[in-house]
Design a protein around this ligand. Sequence first.
Ligand code: CFM
Length: 541
Amino acid sequence: MSDLKSCPSVDLEEFVDNILKKYPAKVAKKRKDHILVRKEEDPARESIQANNRTVPGIITQRGCCYAGCKGVVLGPVGDMVHITHGPIGCGFYAWLTRRNLFKPGEDGKNYSTYCFSTDMQEQDIIFGGEKKLKQAIKEAWETFKPNAISVHATCPVGLIGDDVQAVAREAEAELGVKVLAFNCEGYKGVSQSAGHHIANNKLFNETVGTKDEAIPGYSVNILGEYNIGGDAWEIERILEKCGIKIAATFSGDGKYDSMTSSHMASLNLIMCYRSINYLAEMMETKYGIPWAKVNFIGVKAMSKSLRKIARFFEDPELTRRIEEVIKEEEESVEQKLAPYRERLQGKTAMLFVGGSRAHHYQDLLRDLGMEPVAAGYEFAHRDDYEGSHIAGKIKVDADSRNIEELKVEPDSEKYSPRVSPEKKKELEQESVLGHYHGMIPDMPPGTLVVDDISHLELEELIKTLKPDIILSGIKDKYVIEKFNVPSKQIHNYDYSGPFAGYKGAVNFARDIDMMINNPAWKLAVPPFEKKPLLSADLGTD
Ligand code: CFM
């Protein structure tokens, strides 16, 4: 039934049924809707459940709301001080392990390598932590004079009810620096996805549009690019070579000031739709700035994204320059990629990453002749799988209702549509503007899509589909490698990168080749093959 090269004899539906049988009935019922065997030629006929609570007891790779707000969206803005209001562990574990790199601007301000925390103790939990927070903001301001300060609430802060918003307002008035406070307590929502939304709302309300400064030339903002391993710098190199100006990046290598005037740019480019589609939609409604979904991961994807920009600006000179850059860059990487492609051709991969990379990296794998056989997100929503057109149809539940949906209207002074309604419609129909097609249409029949994969499911997939590599994260990396399958971290790139753009594709190919074709995998014997394993059955009482 399946046409997977790696495992032609596997009946995927039977295989999934067998995995589900290992769960108690209630759990199996829930997980069933999060696993999709791609069968239909028309992907629009297939759908998956996502963004639901993880079943307690299942080992998930997800993070918390605080991680999504502080770690993901705000953290990369390096000229701000980001204060974690909570016990020290939360700050410590969000301390640059994601490798969102930062180069200071002309003012030389860079706090990205510091970890700021109020270090709450038991007595603060009992008597309240507001005073301590106020003191921390003051101290941070006096010591560093950052361009802005953010405060991020952790679980205990929400439980004891510290009013971080009031403290931020007071501090802002007293010190004369912007203080953004986020109620991103870890337990809000079902994953870090909730934190993205909370971060987007406040950046939209209190940062974007606070400074009007014209941006000349072909200007774009890059949304949802976080400069992991230097990705944003490779993207910047290419766009600048084409003559396109990046007004602001949200938020890799991000500067606070550039975000304040980002509403003056001509176009928003969305890399990671999951973490920042809210901001893009709201900026379009309020300021008339349209968005285009791009993917800068992969050679062909990069070129395709550049052509989308050319199509939007519709200037023959810019288009000519873009085509020149594409030709030059593609020729140069082609030579470098050829030897890797020879060794990687036909190898299979599985991808279980976050909320966008499990899709983006499929383009790069295909550039190398590799075949993605199974993929899934940890915390994405149904529109990331099925396409942005279904976003309005997703059922809101008790968990998603938790996060405020802002009511946005066109700004009476600052709203200015970038293109005529006719051209906008045309570009939407061509899927240049306002459209993300999602992961499922890119996965051919005979592949598997698994949302919020558990370790049990991952183990079964490894044993049966026997992939040559798994792109995933730190929580499952060593589980995977104990099965003698190499695992590349696609969250922080395992000390490597950049992987974006043309040069990044070569770095990635080099890393992947080194891992897959390393003879060590055939020599190592995992411990559970040397010694018998303890085993147990699930109790039924
Ligand atoms: Fe977007 Fe990200 Fe991702 Fe994400 Fe993340 Fe990340 Fe990610 Mo780790 S913002 S959804 S919350 S692309 S930190 S840079 S790699 S899980 S796939």
